[in-house]
Design a protein around this ligand. Sequence first.
Ligand code: DON
Length: 561
Amino acid sequence: MKLAKTPVVAVLAVFLTLSAITGHTTENKVAVASAHPLASHAALEMIGRGGNAFDAAVAIGAVLAVVEPAGSGLGGGGFWLLHRASDGFETMLDGRETAPLAAHQDMYLDAEGRVIPGLSIDGPLSAGIPGVPAALVHLAEHYGKLPLSASLQPAIRYARDGFIIGERYRRLLSFRLPQIQSSPAAAAIFLDNGRVPDPGWTLRQPDLAKTLQRLADFGAAGFYAGETAEKLLKSVKAAGGIWSQQDLDNYRVVEREPVKGTYRGIRITGAALPSAGGIGLVQALNILTEYDLTAIDAVTRKHLVTEALRRVYHDRALYLGDPDFIDVPVSRLINPDYAAGLRSTIRKDRSLPSVMLSGDIPEQAGGDNTTHFSVMDGEGNRVAATLSVNYPFGSGFVAEGTGVILNDEMDDFDSRPGAVNVYGLIGGLPNAIAPGKRMLSSMSPTFLEDDERIAVLGTPGGSRIISMVLLGILDFADGNGPDSWVSVPRYHHQYIPDAVQYEPGGLSSEELQGLEKLGHRLRETSYRYGDMQALQWHKREGRFSAASDPRGEGLAVIRND
Ligand code: DON
């Protein structure tokens, strides 16, 4: 067993528990990388109990809902990309939130048609109908070997008994403090006497433990009906939200065919709509495939990647939305000939201002949240899952007596054509709000495969998710491993704002000068962003490697025997 980037305490914890669980057999082979050591640990526990990667994914997702409440949870949604080893079947579980039936296109606008600040981000009016509980049940029932009651055990334990918070928790809580303070149930759980808790504080969530137990006992009905549903609806309605029992009854997980593409001998399996991830990645790689990025100089490489991203995010705004509500020309967008047309507009000696693609639009800040995990077992079953409540601690609102923090994923819709969301993303009618519709996402759980290797990867990071995963894929194509993919310095372009955003250290001074000369505007972000979790299977050697982003507090663990 090898552990990557981990505090000593976490290493010890994993060693001790593993030796207590089981001896080493090939069935115990596993690799996992997640944003929290306790979640990675839960995966090992499931494998130790005879579960597969899908059981491990249920346990990881549920534990993250407890130990990383800022990032994801039962009140949120997500996408789970699955590969089943027995028959090679691949699918994406779409557990994205849906707009409530009482939602309408102009619900966040004032009488003059202007977006009302905060309304789609704070409080229950910003919350879509959660998909995570239904998806956990679906994953356990259709793909797992263990009962849901077993795979939810670690999460119930950590909710009931508590765990010691990390620095990330404190930082994100400080960022959302006013919203948390305005929800009495949230404040009672996450704050210590109304304040951000000191380091070393233990977070206990007894109501969440009971909500998880009802899910374990009754399946989806344990959340979308009965006591949990009653409590959710009562609180949401009392605080001005618009959820109804019909919304909860209607919620369905959808299995969607992943988006597939190839890049220089690498097969890519990416997220389907309503995520823009798979389409965006395949489109970018189709544009870039004619360049030898490994051989090319660093400035030209970054210029070309930027120009590809500019065109990808432009198409995202123009065409993408929930495929159950609008027609999206997916096969055209991922067609290599279409990419060749886009490539023909790229000059190596000059950037193309985004205004040439369309009008100029105001800019907004990015976020730092959501969660990704990657897990693969010794049989070859694998899961890449990106889960979210959107903004840190979602809407900041907890429904009384449930322990469930509600998402603010409604902000991922386009409240008004041409308006930008909290990640500065622009869009239009394809992603307008409609009752029951799923909001467009950037979450990009991804599989890669060539003759030698299989990779599972993904990251949080709002609008920057697609560019981060793209940089990871290009690094895989350069022949590097997970340690490198999760660490590569990051830069990003999303069409609007028309600037290359880069994390501190993301571009060298030579690259900055070179890109500026080509006409790019450059903007350094105030912090290093992303929290990529990745693993790799080496086919010939029959062994795993894995890594957790050095920017986060996660843990990668492999067992190769
Ligand atoms: O689905 C999406 O694209 C966003 N709700 C994800 C949000 C996210 O990654 C926040 N992290 N910075």
